[in-house]
Design a binder for this molecule. Structure first.
Ligand code: DGL
Length: 266
C-alpha cells in the first residue's frame, strides 16, 4: 500500500521548517507542504482560544491545496494549546511539537534545567504538567523569548552576528547565572540560533530540542499505517500573508521548497 498525499507542517511562521527538513532528509520520497500562518504571527502573544481557532483555520487552508495524509503542528505554542482540539476535528494522524523537558531532565547532572519558549508556552498549564511529570526533581528556569521569535521571523537574513548575539544576550546571561546544565529550545524558531546559543552558553550547558523525537514519531506513523509515498512531486512553502516575501523566499530556498505564495489566493 502507498499514499502519495503530502505530509503537512504548520507553524505561525518559519519555525517549523527545521522539523520538515529532518523528515525530508530521512524520507526522500515523501511530499511536503509547509504553511506559515504569517497573517497571525506571532501565536505566542495570543490567547488560548485565539490559537485554537487559528490553527483550525490553517488546517482548512491546507485542505484547499491538497488533503494531507499526516499533519505536524510544528509549533510548541500551537501544540500545547490546540493539539487536542485539532485531533478531535481531523481523521488523519496529527503530531505535535512540545518542549523536550523529559530528555533535558534526564541528561542534567546538576538537576537544573532551562526552558526558552514563548510567553504562551511559558505561562501555560501544559508546560507545568510536563515539568511535574518529568522534572519535578529539577530546578526549572523558564524564560519567555518573544523578542527572539520576532527577530528570527523578520530579521534572520538581514541581521549580522552582532545583532544575533544581542538578541539572545539576556537569556544566555540568565541561564548562566542560574547555573543550569541543559536548555530546552521550547519554541521552534529558536533552532535557527541553536549554534550561536551553544557557543554563548558554553560546552557545560547542553541544548536540547525535539527534532529527533518528533521526527522519529512521524517515521513510525508512516510505516505503521503503510502511508509511504511512491511518487515524488514538488515540496511547497505557503504563507497566509506576504508580510516579508524576500525572507520567505530565502527560507523556502534554504530548505529546497518551492515558494508558493498566499495559500488562500489559490
Ligand atoms: N514557533 C512557535 C513555537 O514553537 C511560536 C512562534 C510564535 O510565537 O508565533 O512556539
Amino acid at each position: 500500500m502507498s499514499n502519495n498525499a503530502p505530509i503537512a507542517f504548520i507553524d505561525s511562521g518559519v519555525g517549523g521548517l527545521p522539523y520538515l527538513q529532518w523528515v525530508k532528509d530521512r524520507l526522500p520520497m515523501e511530499n511536503f507542504f509547509y504553511l506559515a500562518d504569517s497573517k497571525n504571527f506571532p501565536y505566542g502573544e495570543k490567547t488560548q482560544e485565539e490559537i485554537v481557532e487559528l490553527v483550525l483555520q490553517a488546517v482548512e487552508y491546507l485542505n484547499r491545496v491538497g488533503n494531507p495524509k499526516l499533519l505536524v503542528i510544528a509549533c510548541n505554542t500551537a501544540s500545547v494549546t490546540a493539539l487536542e482540539s485539532v485531533r478531535k476535528k481531523l481523521d488523519i494522524p496529527v503530531v505535535g511539537v512540545v518542549p523536550a523537558v523529559k530528555p533535558a531532565a534526564e541528561m542534567s547532572q546538576k538537576k537544573r534545567i532551562g526552558v526558552l519558549a514563548t510567553e504562551r508556552t511559558v505561562n501555560g498549564s501544559y508546560l507545568n504538567g510536563l515539568i511535574q511529570d518529568f522534572a519535578s526533581h529539577c530546578h526549572v528556569e523558564k524564560i519567555a523569548g518573544s523578542g527572539i521569535v520576532r527577530f528570527v521571523e523578520n530579521n534572520f537574513f538581514l541581521s549580522d552576528l552582532k545583532e544575533k548575539n544581542f538578541i539572545i544576550d539576556k537569556a544566555v546571561t540568565r541561564f548562566q547565572e542560574m547555573d543550569v546544565d541543559a536548555v530546552v529550545l521550547g519554541c521552534t524558531h529558536f533552532i535557527y540560533l541553536s549554534d550561536l546559543l551553544q557557543t554563548r552558553l558554553g560546552k557545560n550547558i547542553q541544548i536540547v530540542d525535539s527534532r529527533d523525537g518528533v521526527g522519529n514519531q512521524i517515521i513510525h506513523i508512516i510505516k505503521e499505517k503503510a502511508l509511504q509515498s511512491e511518487v515524488k512531486t514538488e515540496d511547497r512553502f505557503y504563507c497566509t500573508a506576504e508580510i516579508c516575501v524576500e525572507s520567505y523566499r530565502n527560507f523556502a530556498k534554504m530548505f529546497t521548497l518551492t515558494y508558493s505564495g498566499v495559500i488562500g489566493e489559490l
